[in-house]
Write a protein that binds this ligand. Structure first.
Ligand SMILES: *Cc1c(COP(=O)(O)O)cnc(C)c1O
Length: 223
């Protein structure tokens, strides 16, 4: 195994140990958006089967080349691209507004493999970033049973760039507490189990706070 991949896995394991969590709870999504087709193939050669992309157009040649990968859509998503994205990706991490949830629900009807969706939450209050506020999320989850084709499996957040470790920890802990809270709203909210949080700068803190999916790109490039 490549030493960069080994080093990342070691860091994931150590964070799990500190948190007394089994490493099997954490899925590494290798973000291939910085890589071309052959660079993306490298992740698969390294045994990383979960790959993340943030743009449909840039992802397309990689989706074509590697249909065996488990593809995660992690970027902001325009409603007009939903029809294609729900067919090609196993997960969507960036359901950041009601209009998008409605479109995914509509486009997932009759689909054999409906993607697992994360509701993106903006807990830092950054105006440049999409996502539900905590209040909006609570309201949305109360209405979730009306979205019969939308498979919401978890919550996702992105820490602001340049946030300190303490700020990241507070945000990630907040997302975990919000998940624990909204899960209590009954079926199907009880299926909201996963936490997609943690990127190259902050994934160890995210794991300590309960992340089940970490989205890692640049950490594989420069070590
Ligand atoms: C690019 C990207 C990542 C990966 O970021 P790195 O800091 O390179 O690890 C994770 N999540 C989202 C939503 C991204 O757009």
């Amino acid at each position: 195994m490549d030493e960069r991949v080994q080093a990342v896995k070691d860091r994931v394991h150590e964070a799990c140990l500190r948190a007394r969590r089994p490493a099997s709870e954490v899925t590494i999504v290798a973000v291939s958006k910085y890589s071309d087709v052959s660079g993306t193939g490298w992740f698969l050669e390294q045994g990383m089967s979960h790959l993340g992309e943030n743009r449909l157009q840039a992802a397309q040649p990689k989706l074509d080349a590697f249909p065996q990968a488990i593809w995660h859509y992690i970027g902001s998503l325009q409603t007009r691209k939903v029809r294609e994205v729900v067919q090609k990706f196993a997960y969507i991490h960036s359901v950041d507004r009601i209009e998008l949830a409605e479109e995914i629900n509509r486009r997932c009807e009759g689909l054999a493999n409906q993607p697992g969706c994360f509701l993106q939450v903006n807990l830092s209050g950054e105006s440049t970033k999409g996502g539900f506020t905590a209040g909006e999320l609570r309201n949305f989850v109360r209405s979730i049973s009306t979205y019969v084709h939308l498979q919401v499996i978890g919550l996702m957040t992105i820490a602001p760039q340049g946030a300190s470790d303490d700020e990241c920890r507070t945000l990630f802990r907040g997302l975990r507490e919000l998940r624990d809270e909204v899960r209590l709203l009954g079926e199907p909210a009880s299926r909201i189990r996963e936490l997609s949080m943690g990127m190259s700068q902050d994934f160890e803190i995210a794991i300590e706070e309960g992340a089940t999916f970490v989205r890692l790109g640049s950490v594989f490039l420069n070590q």
